[in-house]
Design a protein around this ligand. Structure first.
Ligand SMILES: Cc1ncc(C[n+]2csc(CCOP(=O)(O)OP(=O)(O)O)c2C)c(N)n1
Ligand code: SF4
Length: 315
């Protein structure tokens, strides 16, 4: 059954007055993630905006236990925590590894790959704010083409982002999904689903960041929604190898509609130096990728109806 905003638990596990910037997509998302897990999580987190939001010892803004770990070892730290909980026969807690896109796509990819290869029973969330935001917006391999960062200040970033969810899909793990802080119900439902699956579950979470992306703090939800409506970000899940578009992306596929990428790009100061040719390249990239997702979605539907047709009819 689909979640409704009225179904969300009232209990808060991320407290108000934390150190996130005004309009931070990550703090909005983290609130819903902890609600979906009912606070029954043992979190391991790398240095980044979430460590700051969670607070510095002896203060904390969260009501869940949390371990800070170096960038390169969050996958290994999670494996150790899973083994520790097993030894203690604690079945009530889920290990949640949480890391930014710099920590995931650049520095921690090998330990994450190893944990997935060992079928470690945990949820990994890559919080993708498309750069090293906590240290002042450096480029990561998940930064989009054309974005100005403090390490690509002149022309902007000249490479398209690494497709991290696709890399995780190729580890043949039971669950991979993409979601966004601008769609809290989509995020909540996917977290509830991930919670009940055994093995490695990978969640790629897009979180707009007002200071890093250079837009007004009141526009966070709008910017995240425009990313999806222009197909710069596509929401989907892959359950046991079966791909399907979800939520707003599924609706866009049914209606055959996407908005031009300019609607998304022009709201953000980080894209201020794009030339017309750059914009065309980004539009082509988004259109080509979207087409690929539509084809995958249709193939999955066709395969499901083939199976239905082969089922012996009752009676
Ligand atoms: C080994 C090491 N190098 C550098 C740093 C400094 N540092 C702290 S947070 C951070 C940025 C992390 O970026 P990302 O993983 O994308 O997370 P975000 O800050 O965007 O949440 C860096 C470089 C560090 N803590 N440890
Ligand atoms: S820099 Fe960006 S991601 Fe980090 S706390 Fe501020 S708004 Fe959130």
């Amino acid at each position: 059954m689909k979640a409704n905003v009225l179904d969300l638990p009232e209990k808060e596990y991320l407290l108000a007055g934390n150190r996130g910037c005004a309009g931070c997509g990550l703090s909005l998302a983290y609130r819903h993630i902890l609600k979906a897990l009912e606070g029954k999580a043992l979190v391991t987190v790398t240095a980044g905006c979430l460590t700051v939001i969670q607070g510095m010892y002896p203060l904390t803004s969260v009501q869940v236990p949390s371990v800070n770990t170096p960038f390169a070892s969050v996958g290994s730290a999670a494996s150790g925590l899973v083994a520790g909980l097993r030894a203690l026969r604690r079945k009530d807690l889920i290990v949640l590894a949480f890391a930014g896109d710099g920590a995931t796509c650049d520095m921690g990819i090998q330990a994450l790959s190893g944990a997935a290869d060992r079928a470690t029973d945990f949820i990994y969330i890559c919080d993708d704010n498309e750069g090293y935001m906590n240290t002042g917006t450096q480029r990561s391999s998940s930064t989009p083409f054309g974005a100005i960062t403090s390490t690509t200040p002149v022309r902007g970033n000249m490479r398209f982002a690494k497709d991290m969810p696709k890399i995780m899909e190729d580890h043949n793990i039971p669950y991979v999904c993409t979601t966004s802080s601008s769609y809290p119900l989509d995020l909540y439902e996917k977290m509830r689903k991930a919670k009940d699956i055994k093995g490695t579950r990978y969640v790629h979470l897009y979180t707009p960041c007002p200071p890093g992306w250079r837009f007004p703090t009141a526009q966070t939800v709008r910017v995240g929604k425009l990313a999806v409506e222009t197909a710069m970000v596509v929401l989907y899940e892959v359950r046991d190898g079966v791909f399907r578009l979800t939520g707003p992306s599924k609706k866009m596929a049914e209606e055959g509609k996407t908005r031009p990428v300019t609607d998304y790009l022009r709201l953000q100061g980080r894209f201020a130096k794009l030339t017309e040719q750059d914009e065309r390249r980004i539009q082509d990239w988004a259109t080509r990728r979207w087409q690929g997702y539509l084809e995958r979605d249709s193939r999955s539907k066709a395969a499901a109806s083939d199976v239905d047709a082969q089922e012996p009819s009752e009676g």
